[in-house]
Design a protein around this ligand. Sequence first.
Ligand SMILES: NC(=O)c1ccc[n+]([C@@H]2O[C@H](COP(=O)([O-])OP(=O)(O)OC[C@H]3O[C@@H](n4cnc5c(N)ncnc54)[C@H](OP(=O)(O)O)[C@@H]3O)[C@@H](O)[C@H]2O)c1
Length: 238
Amino acid sequence: MSDMGQPGVWITGASSGIGKAAAIEFAKTGAKVFVSSRRESELSKINSEISATKLNVDVYPCNVSSYSNVVQTVKKILVTNQIDCLVNNAGVTSFKTAEQNSIQEIKNIININLLGAIYSIKAVLPYMIERRGGTIINILSVVTHKVFTNSSAYTASKMGLLGYTNSLREEVRKYNIKIINIMPGATSTEMWSPEIKEKNHGRMMKSEEIAKIIAWAYLQKENLITEEILLRPMEGDL
Ligand SMILES: NC(=O)c1ccc[n+]([C@@H]2O[C@H](COP(=O)([O-])OP(=O)(O)OC[C@H]3O[C@@H](n4cnc5c(N)ncnc54)[C@H](OP(=O)(O)O)[C@@H]3O)[C@@H](O)[C@H]2O)c1
């Protein structure tokens, strides 16, 4: 088992951007962090990047669009650890109109962003219910609050997960399981083209800033839940 008092945090999509920054932020708080994504080589780089800090994360490659892969990953983590917090962060988009999006692109977005998150929740939920506690943090998006074009499948995936987890939250309150939905606006990550990032340099939010809020939300130990957090660049949406 993890050291007594050291929470275990599983973060999906942790090889870059917000997930990677969240992994480092959670490690700084003293949590034992399990990082997953498809690219094992990128996950492994996290430890060499933070070696000077004496922090480290445990690497568990996982493609969240495969339910069996997700279940196997959770089983592997739980052999010697506990999962107190799941951060559903893995996500993709395409920045195309509904007309331009192929069925395969739409399936990919829904499979990763919506079903991948639901698979991860289903895999940890029985464990959290048995332990009578846990936290599930979903990285949604400002698209759940404002209409954007070139984002139809992405918006469907994020609003789908918002609906799923709003319902789930009411079912699991009695087990002391907290569901926290975080809706960031434009954040400078690999999700955006280099041209957009260059043009909006200084305006877009940084992964590290979002990561601090994610860890803060988890660390609220009072008898309350921060159910939703909406984050926007100071100058507004792009
Ligand atoms: N950047 C923004 O402006 C913004 C705004 C609001 C919300 N978000 C959300 O924030 C989350 C993180 O995105 P990001 O902006 O940090 O972009 P990013 O740097 O591209 O990160 C996406 C992460 O998801 C992983 N991933 C993709 N498909 C996966 C799969 N099938 N299984 C497991 N992992 C997978 C990627 O790793 P691999 O390629 O190694 O699998 C990567 O680590 C997403 O859910 C996104 O929708 C981003």
